[in-house]
Design a protein around this ligand. Structure first.
Ligand SMILES: [Zn+2]
Length: 104
């Protein structure tokens, strides 16, 4: 039996962390660009890295929301492909996993 309560709190905590981080990224992206052209180039590279982090974060948030939804529906911890239970070990490593190790 999967301890959904435990994973629910893990997922919610992770969601909160990601949300905080994305807000930080957003405010950094909003910072005014320096007038110096060389600095501007560096700034742009930084922005690209930040945007990538932001996109990865958004994807993870999406997967966590789906996982929380599955907890609510009672289907959490069941592989969406083969309908076999996902091992606790895997859920500990990837709490938002929707597929077992074999199907992932
Ligand atoms: Zn599977």
């Amino acid at each position: 039996m999967v301890d959904t309560q435990h994973f629910e709190s893990v997922l919610k905590k992770r969601l909160q962390d990601l949300d905080d981080r994305l807000h930080e990224i957003e405010s950094e992206l909003d910072e005014p660009v320096p007038a110096d052209s060389e600095e501007r180039a560096t700034e742009r590279e930084d922005d690209e890295v930040l945007e990538e982090l932001g996109n990865a974060g958004l994807k993870e948030i999406q997967m966590i929301r789906v996982a929380l939804d599955r907890i609510a529906k009672g289907t959490y911890g069941i592989c969406v492909s083969c309908e076999e239970p996902i091992s606790n070990e895997r859920l500990e490593a990837v709490p938002h996993a929707a597929r077992c190790r074999k199907c992932a």
